[in-house]
Design a protein around this ligand. Structure first.
Ligand code: HEC
Ligand code: HEC
Length: 399
């Protein structure tokens, strides 16, 4: 190697290690920025109004009995106040129902991070077998049989008749616009109101960013790096004790394409492993965003902890152990016993609660009724197609 090449190599190594150092410094806490609007789904009032009705409308499920709001209830933190979510009738879910609040900002949705947008997420929820279990064509037919929806979809998307894909777009627009809480004590504090946080929360903030090491993963405006870790959260007892939960666990292993051995031996939720098929990812879940958590107990991917105090105790002990940390040694390196004093734990909890802001309240709206189209004498399917839907609708007196 010539000396210039040597020097160049040394420079490259230096630059690389500097980037590594820079990458390690966690982004600071920050107020929430303006609500994002994807270019293909600009937020409009017509979409938000329609999305609100659809969010509360059980038509968007298999047997028209479960709406998004049934698992993301306004009075239960826009989630479900139970460790593991209810499921589609006859089934239970296997994970804790997230809050739908502030999801506008997330790039990776679900505990496993396997949906990339609110639009894609809404469809996955309404069609997933243990959630909405709906068939797209049937749900679309229901919307097309509802005069108010025909009008509202037309206003929001300019279509003659409702298209199911637009339903997911409207729901996403509603979630962005109506389910964002940007005015928490933390936001006010970070914008300069130094009295916005209580003395205890302020002390908690210092611990969060310092001695307790929380900022390493819970950072930036959403308090998540959107990366995945195995904290050694214990296996939910329901997986062991309840038949209906075991059905879902077995089905999830099968449906998510786990390996034969994992299918036979696996007893716990392998999280990110189901997306990557790498054993080092087994038991890893997305760092939870910590906003609105005052209203979203219980905590962790299967609601393993009922209170924030329990969560803080868990971290104080340096996290835990589960099937995957034991088999694959993949517990998050950042976790170690913290030896927090009682008042320090209380301060951390106070800080966590002041990340939430006011509760977002909403009275469930009345969803529109089905309409009956009058018979059109002599109208066959072929003829309806030929004359076009516009004409068909005007003949049936619906325009
Ligand atoms: C039967 C219960 C159920 C129904 C119905 C349901 N969800 Fe969910 N939802 C859940 C559960 C459980 C999770 C977490 C699942 C996971 O991560 O694997 C979740 C996750 C989410 C998330 C992800 C939040 C995050 O932090 O990543 C959003 C957003 C969401 N649901 C919106 C909806 C919408 C919109 C609908 C209606 C189209 C809906 N849900 C219907 C139970 C449900
Ligand atoms: C190594 C990264 C990491 C560190 C450090 C960390 N967390 Fe977490 N946190 C996570 C992950 C990942 C989850 C979700 C884990 C799961 O469900 O299995 C989580 C979940 C939580 C939850 C539950 C949120 C919910 O909606 O269920 C709270 C509260 C929380 N962390 C607070 C803290 C506090 C307080 C600290 C510091 C004492 C801390 N975390 C340190 C990664 C981390």
């Amino acid at each position: 190697m010539t000396s210039t090449r040597l020097a160049r190599t040394a420079l490259v190594i230096l630059a690389l290690s500097m980037t590594a150092v820079a990458a390690r410094a966690a982004p600071p806490l920050a107020p929430l920025p303006p609500i994002p609007e994807p270019p293909d789904n600009r937020t409009t009032r017509a979409k938000v109004e329609l999305g609100k009705l659809l969010f509360f409308d059980a038509r968007l499920s298999g047997d028209a009995s479960v709406s998004c709001a049934d698992c993301h209830h306004p009075t239960q933190g826009w989630g479900i106040a139970e460790p593991i979510s209810r499921g589609y009738p006859g089934a239970v879910h296997w994970r804790n129902s997230h809050t739908a609040v502030n999801t506008a900002y997330l790039a990776k949705l679900f505990w496993q991070g396997d949906a990339g947008s609110l639009e894609a997420q809404a469809e996955a929820a309404a069609t997933g077998a243990v959630a909405g279990n709906g068939a797209n064509d049937v749900m679309e037919a229901r919307l097309r049989q509802t005069p108010d929806y025909i009008r509202m979809f037309r206003e929001a998307f300019g279509t003659v008749l409702p298209q199911i894909n637009d339903a997911w777009y409207a729901i996403a627009a509603f979630e962005r616009e109506a389910l964002t809480q940007k005015d928490s004590p933390l936001d006010r504090y970070l914008k300069g109101d130094k009295r916005a946080l209580s003395a205890s929360a302020l002390k908690g903030k210092q611990l969060f960013e310092g001695k307790a090491g929380c900022l390493e993963c819970h950072n930036g405006p959403l308090l998540t790096d959107q990366k995945f870790y195995n904290l050694g959260v214990p296996r939910p007892k329901e997986f062991e004790e309840t038949g209906l939960n075991q059905v879902t666990v077995r089905w999830q292993f099968y449906q998510k394409g786990s390996r034969e051995q994992m299918y036979r031996d696996g007893k716990d939720d392998a999280g990110l492993f189901f997306s990557t098929a790498r054993v080092k990812d087994a038991g890893k879940f997305r760092t939870a965003p910590l906003r609105y958590i005052k209203f979203t107990a219980p905590y962790m991917h299967a609601g393993q902890f009922l209170t924030l105090e329990e969560v803080v105790d868990f971290y104080d002990q340096g996290g835990g152990e589960n099937e995957f940390t034991k088999r694959f040694g993949n517990k998050a390196k950042a976790l170690k016993p913290l030896k927090l004093a009682k008042d320090e734990k209380e301060a951390l909890v106070a800080f966590l609660e002041e990340l939430s802001g006011e509760e977002i309240r909403m009275t469930p709206p009345q969803v529109p009724k089905y309409g009956v189209a009058s018979d059109v004498p002599g109208l066959t399917q072929a003829k309806a197609k030929r004359i076009g839907l516009e004409t068909y609708l005007s003949t049936t007196g619906r325009k």
